[in-house]
Design a protein around this ligand. Structure first.
Ligand code: CA
Length: 224
């Protein structure tokens, strides 16, 4: 279980992270929307806690854009903005809960636990790139409607590459995302998963989408 707190107030972020950690909810902190994007690209979060006034933009617009891109982690907005209009806008943008500051850590923790208990599948769980589709809730992938038979790790890898389609994803980032700290990783583990995924894509006629960028990592890109 891992949460991402997006909050530019360092003291509040630290207090929230500590309080939630003491209640069994491990948290990473992002101090800006840019940092949040980088964190989400590198790890999978079970829930997001989102401030709205951030140095590089507005949390509501960011969340709406993330939802359109397929981000499905439950999101709790934690903000000083408490008007009815602001609450409605936040929930309409894709937030699952809305809490105004100041809030007690016990209430935030209880609300997060409630969000984590909700069963999937969630809305907007579909990632699309060229002929490729991946439903992050059902974990089913297809190429032009033909189902891909993927193991768990190949599916996880495909999700990581699709979320960052068109950019190089470093091998180390893939390793971090696919394996927990406790799991032993053999030197060629990522290569083996990539080659299994590539074989499946090949069989479905989409093998050309998965590019190896020598010395760096991998990139998924629809052919022109
Ligand atoms: Ca703020």
């Amino acid at each position: 279980m891992r949460l991402l707190i997006v909050e530019d107030n360092a003291r509040l972020a630290a207090l929230t992270a500590e309080g939630l950690a003491r209640r069994g909810l491990a948290c990473d902190v992002a101090r800006s929307l840019d940092e949040a994007d980088a964190a989400i690209a590198a790890a999978r979060y079970d829930a997001l806690i989102l401030d709205l006034g951030l140095p590089d933009g507005d949390g509501v617009a960011w969340l709406a854009a993330r939802r359109r891109e397929g981000e499905s982690a439950p999101a709790l907005i934690l903000t000083a903005r408490g008007s009815l209009e602001e609450r409605v806008a936040g929930l309409d943008a894709g937030a699952d809960d809305y809490v105004t500051k100041p809030a007690e850590i016990d209430e935030i923790a209880a609300r997060i636990r409630a969000l984590l208990r909700r069963p999937g599948p969630r809305a907007n769980s579909l990632l699309e790139n060229g002929p490729l589709r991946f439903d992050t809730a059902s974990r089913k992938a297809s190429v032009e409607g033909r189902a891909l038979d993927l193991g768990r790790r190949e599916g996880d890898l495909l999700e990581i590459l699709m979320r960052q389609a068109g950019t190089v994803v470093r091998r180390s980032a893939i390793e971090d995302a696919l394996y927990s700290f406790a799991e032993p990783v053999t030197p060629n583990a990522v290569e083996a998963i990539v080659s299994r995924l590539r074989r499946r894509l090949d069989q479905a006629g989409a093998g050309g989408m998965l590019h190896t960028i020598r010395g760096l990592g991998y990139m998924l890109r629809a052919s022109d």
